[in-house]
Design a protein around this ligand. Structure first.
Ligand SMILES: [Zn+2]
Length: 118
């Protein structure tokens, strides 16, 4: 599901850059070198997996809803489209904000790594 998210590095001089894991970045302003290898791969991957699980959950639920309701509407009763509409409505007004809050909280709880310039 897409490339692993980049790591945001804030240089001591104030410059910031999103760098892919495994890359090094030389700050254009002050010349400090930042090496993302200083982050243990296991910690980085654990974080990537945690954030990925949220997307899997969201798309899983959407796929489940479509998988259940499309055949019901097509083969059982077109009236069920109202039920599907109601469920989608609650999905978007209740579940989506709940989901976003959890993603935000997980992102805030995620470890921040202290890199040291070389
Ligand atoms: Zn700098």
């Amino acid at each position: 599901m897409g490339a692993p998210p980049p790591i945001s590095i804030r240089c001591e001089c104030g410059e910031a850059r999103a760098v892919p894991y495994g890359a090094t970045w030389t700050c254009e302003k002050c010349g400090r070198r930042w090496d993302t290898h200083q982050i243990p791969a296991t910690e980085y991957l654990a974080r990537v997996r945690r954030m990925r699980r949220f997307r899997v959950e969201l798309f899983g639920l959407l796929a489940l809803g479509i998988g259940v309701f499309v055949p019901l509407i097509l083969f059982v009763s077109s009236g069920l489209i109202l039920v599907a509409g109601m469920i989608s409505f609650f999905f978007f007004i209740w579940y989506m904000p709940f989901w976003r809050r959890r993603v935000r909280r997980a992102a805030a709880d995620a470890p921040t790594w202290e890199l040291h310039p070389e």
